[in-house]
Ligand binder design. Sequence first.
Ligand SMILES: Nc1nc2c(ncn2[C@@H]2O[C@H](COP(=O)(O)OP(=O)(O)OP(=O)(O)O)[C@@H](O)[C@H]2O)c(=O)[nH]1
Ligand SMILES: [Mg+2]
Ligand SMILES: [Zn+2]
Length: 290
Amino acid sequence: MVDGIILKGIGGFYYVDIGNSVIECRARGLFREKEIEPLVGDKVSIRINKEDNRGYIEEIYPRKTMLNRPPIANVTQLIIVMSIDNPKINLWFLDKLIVAGHNSDLNIIICINKSDIDPIKSNEIVSMYKEIGYTTIRTSTKNHEGIDDLRDILRNHVSVLAGPSGVGKSSLINLINPSFKLKTGEISKKLLRGKHTTRHVELFKLDDQTYISDTPGFSSLYINDINPYELDTYFIDINNSSKKCKFSNCLHINEPGCNVLIDVKNGKINKSRYDNYILILNEIKNYRRF
Ligand SMILES: Nc1nc2c(ncn2[C@@H]2O[C@H](COP(=O)(O)OP(=O)(O)OP(=O)(O)O)[C@@H](O)[C@H]2O)c(=O)[nH]1
Ligand SMILES: [Mg+2]
Ligand SMILES: [Zn+2]
């Protein structure tokens, strides 16, 4: 028996990295009976058949974390990738991904890519999120800005890259390790958005402790299990300010003595952050009504 990690699963076969090679495995029927499905990222124990060098997954070790969309186990870090332009940066989606990352207990990194297109605006966004307290980097696959920083950030983590189609996720991974040769796509000239070039979930190994996944789209995120009264704790800035709200169950909509509303007015909290908080709050509340 050897331990390994599942890098990808296709048509009932699982490709398990055991350190010096990748073994094609099937899962034991036992898992199907128990309705356990091996996931990309699972740490597993496999038995290798000497004749054909194929294997069977015998055991799945307990998962530290589990994402549903994309389905990956043991992820520790979420790298949220947005391009400053082409496609245009979407702060609502960025804030929503931050909430989703917190909700899955992941370390969160904000990566503003394509900084070559508009360095000044990239700086503004990076400064804004840094000031709030997030780890933020500026990258470009054209002039290689920030690529070494990104490499440092990835080290000793299992990271997923998430963000809209066409922002440059696959291009970034290819720069980190050119041997991967991931397919990248052109931006549609008419729609100015990506064409969902990456279509399956796969983990890439950078070294024994470092893995990265290039996720398809990542457009539907699970945030609906969040308690509306706890949503403010997923926004560093709003959470800090809310400690001075008059009521402890303040949702910061229009309650008397709401300190968050005061801080939005005096500019301590960025208006776009507050607006996105309200949008996400309404989304969660609507979901709960059904
Ligand atoms: N100007 C500029 N273009 C970039 C940069 N990074 C990527 N691109 C271009 O953006 C396009 C889309 O890149 P991809 O890497 O395929 O984007 P993706 O995020 O993987 O897209 P999906 O797989 O569809 O989710 C390609 O034409 C890249 O050459 C960058 O830093 N600057
Ligand atoms: Mg891609
Ligand atoms: Zn309040």
